[in-house]
Design a binder for this molecule. Structure first.
Ligand SMILES: Nc1ncnc2c1ncn2[C@@H]1O[C@H](COP(=O)(O)OP(=O)(O)O)[C@@H](O)[C@H]1O
Ligand SMILES: Cc1cn([C@H]2C[C@H](O)[C@@H](COP(=O)(O)O)O2)c(=O)[nH]c1=O
Length: 222
């Protein structure tokens, strides 16, 4: 039976890498898939992994109708066994419902990948609908780490190096942006709620320059 799976985690935890690996493994066994993405950091119509993999994908826009996308391909004689849907947090709730219908009525496996919550720790509309509708929500095995060493579960946004909690929900960016830009940092919940980034922690306690010194000075979960 086909399934709708939501692979979720913080930024920089390996979602796009896994998306491309899954595509590779399914394609290697003769299955036909279609790749989708929306607002990838590397540019339109691209799925990019920080490990260096880059692959062309169909760019999702507000007008994209996943049901129509699959029907059209099949009508043209192109088999569609599965969809890979990256940056799924940016999809609309209606698009996620289309994906669920593609699974249930067309027997197409749909593997979606995305962050659940934004920089304010609020669900994105696409992620909320995926949590509600997916057959399974899978948390990635590789842990992204907070500066304190605990598992990172939340995404912080910084502007000019300072953590912010107001602004547009969607600002495409990276965890390694240059200073002066909008950037992101993954944190554990405790430090997200305290608005304590690596830079803030270093300023408060200059000896906390590294993860091991953080563990020694403050203790994990300080
Ligand atoms: N130079 C590197 N060497 C080894 N692994 C790396 C390197 N750079 C990034 N990674 C791995 O890639 C992961 C990010 O993968 P990516 O697919 O881009 O994440 P996501 O799509 O979740 O933002 C990191 O968590 C890390 O495990
Ligand atoms: C937290 C947060 C993130 N984004 C953007 C930043 C990146 O472009 C993507 C996440 O990409 P990744 O492959 O998971 O690293 O989402 C945003 O627009 N708003 C946010 O609050």
């Amino acid at each position: 039976m086909a399934e709708l799976v939501f692979f979720s985690g913080t930024m920089d935890c390996g979602k796009s890498t896994l998306a491309l690996q899954m595509h590779h493994n399914h394609a290697a066994r003769g299955r036909d898939g279609v790749l989708f993405t929306r607002n990838d950091r590397a540019g339109a119509a691209t799925i990019s992994s920080r490990l260096g993999l880059v692959q062309h994908a169909a760019e999702v826009g507000d007008a994209t109708d996943f049901w129509a996308e699959v029907i059209e391909r099949r009508t043209q004689g192109q088999p569609v066994d599965y969809l890979i849907a990256d940056e799924a947090q940016f999809y609309t709730a209606t698009q996620v419902e289309q994906l669920a219908r593609v699974v249930d009525e067309l027997e197409v496996d749909v593997y979606t990948f995305g962050i659940s919550t934004d920089f304010r720790a609020r669900l994105f509309p696409g992620s909320a609908r995926l949590v509600e509708l997916a057959d399974r929500v899978e948390v990635l095995q590789v842990k992204a780490l907070c500066w304190c060493g605990a598992r990172a579960t939340h995404n912080a946004r910084t502007v000019d190096g300072v953590m912010v909690v107001e602004g547009a929900q969607v600002v495409v960016g990276d965890v390694a942006a240059a200073s002066g830009e909008v950037a992101y940092e993954v944190l554990c919940r405790r430090h997200h709620m305290r608005r304590m980034t690596a830079a803030t922690a270093r300023a408060a306690s200059p000896s906390v320059a590294t993860l091991s010194s953080a563990q020694g000075t403050l203790g994990v979960g300080a």
